[in-house]
Design a binder for this molecule. Structure first.
Ligand code: UDP
Length: 375
């Protein structure tokens, strides 16, 4: 039985990062019989294409940035969105980010439909947050670190729901021989890798500096960076300057992360900020020991000494020491990987994530939501 039609709004039409990956994963796992979902995107792109490929209808809804002159268009675009909410008989708005929350929150108010704001970033927006907090009936945060962005009365409306990963896709593999062959990594190499946008916030420079220390101690160690982005040129120059060249591999952006991870012996995340860190959970689900900088939501995911090791941020020396510990003790590394897989199964199953989000939907629709009239 249909509980309510859901309009799931995306900030962007492109897959910019984990926020969109998480949205698309949720689409796969929602009970669409109870919650028929439509995705609202500001433009055509990978988000709309992937949603449609999963059989989810898409509405293109203009939601330009409201800084500066964009503010002038806000009232008419909100009116238009409210009209589409009524036409589509949506009973719930789920806004995946701040920009779409502004439009979805105002239009939801106008149409008399409850609004859930999904927050995935732990830094406050002093300009928008006070308004968005008032517009949101409930707030879902991807970690306690993100939830800490809210104080006062809003804090009581925040629920932490960690992201989920597809445990059938991300699983321990057979050593990733194909991937190693494709990337030119010798079969006998001890492979240390990271996955993420090549942006300064991800700390790839720290990873490379740590790699230089590890390389000196482990002659068979190789290093893999998966991801694309603005810092690529700079990072390649740094790798060359550190003398890492033949042993460092830049794979660029890849769509086959579940197949790449099993090629690694150790997963590293050296981020300077990390509100959640999907890649950590993906690595754990793939049975890898992780070494991560202790920032943002990372300590909520990694169990120190059990599923991996955490190190202070911004410092390559302890990062290198932790990677060396993992490489020096393969039995402990394997045990950590197994513990990570178990933890991912218990806490980060994508199906569990969807059930938790649906429980919030049910609360919202039950408490003053419009719902759908009986057929
Ligand atoms: N990702 C990918 N291909 C790449 C790099 C990253 O598919 O080349 C995916 C990665 O598997 C993860 C997401 O992008 O699911 C990144 O999410 P995370 O929370 O780690 O970082 P964010 O980009 O949100 O800061």
């Amino acid at each position: 039985m249909v509980a309510a039609r859901v309009l799931l709004l995306s900030n962007t039409g492109m897959i910019v990062g984990g926020g969109e990956v998480s949205l698309l994963q949720l689409l796969r796992d929602l009970d669409r019989g109870r919650w028929p979902v439509t995705v609202g995107c500001p433009e055509e792109g990978a988000v709309a294409a992937r949603a449609r490929s999963q059989g989810v209808p898409v509405l293109i809804v203009p939601m330009p940035t409201v800084r500066g002159s964009g503010l002038l268009r806000l009232p008419s675009l909100v009116t238009r969105l409210a009209g589409r909410i009524r036409e589509g008989q949506f009973g719930l708005i789920h806004a995946n980010g701040s920009r779409c929350m502004l439009y979805g929150g105002l239009a939801g108010r106008r149409a008399g439909v409850p609004v859930l704001w999904h927050v995935r970033i732990d830094s406050k927006d002093p300009w928008l947050d006070p308004l968005l907090e008032r517009l949101a009936d409930r707030i879902v945060a991807n970690s306690a670190a993100t939830a800490a962005r809210f104080g006062g009365r809003a804090a009581g409306r925040v629920t932490v729901v960690p992201n989920g990963v597809d445990l059938a896709a991300f699983r321990p593999g057979l050593g990733g021989a194909r991937v190693r062959g494709e990337l030119g990594i010798p079969p006998e190499a001890r492979l240390v890798g990271t996955v993420g946008r090549l942006h300064p916030v991800k700390g790839h420079d720290l990873f490379l500096r740590a790699a230089a220390e590890v390389a000196a101690a482990f002659p068979t160690a190789h290093f893999l960076l998966v991801g694309g982005g603005e810092a690529e040129g700079e990072l390649k120059a740094l790798a060359a300057q550190l003398g890492l060249d033949p042993r460092v591999h830049f794979a660029g952006h890849r769509e086959d992360i579940p197949e790449i991870l099993p090629a690694l012996d150790c997963f590293v995340l050296a981020s300077r900020e990390e509100p959640f860190g999907r890649v950590l959970v993906e690595a754990m689900a793939a049975g890898l020991p992780v070494v991560a900088a202790r920032v943002g939501g990372v300590p909520e995911i990694v169990l120190e000494g059990t599923t991996g090791l955490m190190v202070p941020p911004e410092d390559p020396a302890p990062l290198a020491a932790a990677i060396r510990q993992i490489l020096a003790d393969p039995a402990r590394a394997r045990a950590m990987g197994l513990a990570g897989r178990t933890r991912a199964e218990r806490e980060y199953d994508a199906a569990l994530h969807a059930r938790r989000v649906e429980a919030l939907y049910a609360d919202l629709v039950g408490s003053g939501g419009a719902g759908l009239p009986p057929a």
